[in-house]
Design a protein around this ligand. Structure first.
Ligand SMILES: C[S@@+](CC[C@H](N)C(=O)[O-])C[C@H]1O[C@@H](n2cnc3c(N)ncnc32)[C@H](O)[C@@H]1O
Length: 277
């Protein structure tokens, strides 16, 4: 039976099994490109790594083979995510793990002080004051430490039969999701601009990540949010007729053998905290 979600906060946290499954697919799409750049920029020895908003541990489990004798701090606002993270990470080799419930919007960032590497990935998208939060993280970090970020910078686009299809409908649905989650799916470029101006931060590499949804399996992602949001809320926002049109165009998109989708573009930023002058 479909799990109904009680509050928008539950939805942000991706508590439902379906949301977790879909976030898992999304992670497959985005992770490889982020990971190959991250691994090439990892310092030789890292004593401490912190992930803020680690979710169910997709990124940490992919990084684990590249870490040795490292103390890993996995933090998230959701206890459920941390439990899943623990399960996903399993054997940690010579590394040690620490799981802490922590909300980025309710911390003094003291935990950031002596980390050699901090990871922030697809989490400040969910924050109203993303830029201010990022600047507080940079301020709290020690010189020489690395900060690796990935956040969304552009919304989805779907293309079928040679025309951009669903483009006019989907952003409207997305707009609603953004309001519901207090998320900003175009926050990435603002963060990049802010970090460029930040005298404590030196950008080692910045790149755009553009996953393409090209199989039936992956196309199901277009339903992320729409299935989990209550239909009542959606119909209240769009009106029943508009909502029916949105669903029809998404269904047509899914049936079209030649259609493909561009998942939201993201920006990956890899940088180092400068020495104090
Ligand atoms: C899309 S997941 C990203 C997971 C992980 N960073 C990765 O790359 O696989 C977003 C995570 O942000 C967490 N989150 C949302 N609001 C948060 C907050 N205020 N403080 C800390 N984590 C938060 C959610 O619980 C969720 O696990």
């Amino acid at each position: 039976m479909k799990k109904s979600l009680s509050t928008p906060k539950d939805y942000i946290l991706g508590v439902s099994a379906k949301a977790e499954y879909q976030l898992g697919i999304l992670n497959d799409l985005y992770l490889q490109r982020f990971l190959s750049a991250a691994v090439s920029l990892l310092p030789k020895s890292i004593s401490k790594v912190l992930e803020l908003g680690c979710g169910s541990g997709h990124l940490l489990s992919a990084l684990l083979p590249y870490l040795e004798n490292t103390h890993i701090y996995a933090t998230d606002v959701s206890k459920e995510r941390l439990t899943e993270c623990k399960l996903r990470l399993g054997e940690t080799g010579s590394n040690t793990l620490d799981f802490t419930t922590l909300s980025i919007t309710d911390t003094d960032f003291e935990i950031c002080h002596d980390q050699d590497l901090i990871l922030v990935r697809f989490v400040i998208t969910h924050m109203k004051n993303a830029q201010a939060i990022l600047e507080r993280i940079v301020k709290a970090m020690k010189p020489g430490a690395k900060l690796f970020i990935e956040e969304f910078c552009v919304q989805n686009e779907f293309i079928a039969r040679g025309e951009t299809f669903g483009y006019y409908e989907w952003p409207r649905a997305h707009e609603f999701q953004e309001k519901l989650q207090h998320s900003h799916f175009d926050v990435g470029m603002d963060l990049l601009a802010a970090l460029k101006k930040n005298s404590r931060f030196s950008i080692d590499l910045a790149q755009i990540n553009q996953p393409i949804l090209d199989s039936e399996y992956r196309k199901s992602i277009i339903r992320l949010g729409m299935q989990d949001c209550s239909q009542e809320l959606l119909s209240h926002h769009f009106g029943k007729e508009k909502l029916a049109q949105i669903f029809t165009s998404l269904e047509m998109f899914e049936r079209d053998a030649f259609s493909f989708g561009l998942a939201p573009r993201s920006v990956c930023i890899f940088g180092t905290i400068r020495d104090e002058k």
